[in-house]
Design a protein around this ligand. Structure first.
Ligand SMILES: C[S@@+](CC[C@H](N)C(=O)[O-])C[C@H]1O[C@@H](n2cnc3c(N)ncnc32)[C@H](O)[C@@H]1O
Length: 268
């Protein structure tokens, strides 16, 4: 599968991507919170951050197909303004709350502790691609048993599982986690996989403008999607390359042959 990783500023490289060629954008931009990515990219605040957000959105949107979608990771600080801007250009499908399952250990004393990311799911048109069957969640044995009364017997929804809700409860990656790489804001693979399986067809093209440790690239390699990504930091790019090289392609997933894949997730 064609996976193309660039140690390059996204704004410099995006012009090489053909217009209307991308099925899915997974954007995890700097948060505007001063994180250290070995560069100054997260030292934009207030209006400067919003101008940066509008700039990458304007650059990415012409690349999307009419059936394409975009997911963007944000925090509560900037999500309202960035969502508002995106809504002038795209159809807003969902706001997804990623509950990072942060354990309770004291925390803020003058406000409520913030433990979530705001993820925007936007579509280029009403005809956006969405494959619910790839991401259904099977009912557990207990629930199935509780639904064993005659009115539920043979119900298709009980067999095929339910569609994920808009609160995704997935532990952030801890230092000791086997999946963890040396990147400060690496996203769990399970979250990216759900986006990719639901919102890109097998063989489709996924674009990640801010690749970090290459979580989306690794997911694309496993699930048989084409991929193009950009990352400023050469150390992170090297990690991304290693992750792609180590990825084990899944025939069944790449073939997109339907059925639930959710038992592969650590997601509810
Ligand atoms: C929030 S992190 C992405 C983390 C990634 N999703 C992962 O799972 O590892 C944002 C990344 O964007 C990179 N970055 C910031 N500005 C960039 C730009 N203009 N072009 C390419 N990469 C950029 C930063 O170096 C940082 O690694």
């Amino acid at each position: 599968m064609d996976i193309s990783l660039h140690n390059e500023d996204f704004f410099g490289g995006v012009g090489r991507i053909a217009d209307a060629s991308v099925d899915l954008v997974i954007a995890d931009p700097p948060y505007g919170l001063g994180k250290d990515y070995g560069n100054d990219s997260d030292r934009r605040y207030g209006e400067d951050y919003l101008a940066f957000s509008r700039r990458w959105i304007d650059a990415v949107l012409p690349k999307l197909k009419a059936s394409g979608s975009l997911y963007v990771f944000l925090t509560w600080q900037h999500a309202p303004e960035v969502f508002s801007y995106l809504k002038t250009r795209m159809l807003m499908v969902n706001e997804i709350i990623w509950d990072r399952r942060v354990p309770s250990m004291g925390g803020s004393t003058r406000r409520f502790s913030s433990v979530h990311d705001n993820i925007g799911f936007f579509a280029a048109s009403r005809d956006y691609y969405f494959d619910l069957d790839r991401i259904r969640i099977p009912y557990d044995a207990q629930t199935k048993k509780a639904r064993s009364r005659s009115i539920f017997v043979g119900k298709k929804w009980l067999e095929i599982g339910y569609n994920p809700k808009d609160v995704w409860s997935v532990a952030r990656l801890h230092r000791q986690d086997a999946e963890r790489e040396d990147h400060p804001t690496q996203k769990p693979l399970a979250i990216i996989e759900r986006m990719l399986l639901a919102s890109s067809p097998p063989g489709g093209l996924v674009l990640d403008p801010f690749m970090g440790s290459g979580t989306a690239a690794a997911a694309a390699a496993v699930h048989g999607r084409r991929f193009v990504g950009f990352e400023l930091n050469g150390d992170y790019l090297a990690i991304a390359r290693e992750r792609v090289a180590a990825a084990q392609p899944s025939q069944s997933k790449a073939a997109g042959n339907g059925g639930s894949t959710v038992d592969e997730f650590r997601l509810v």
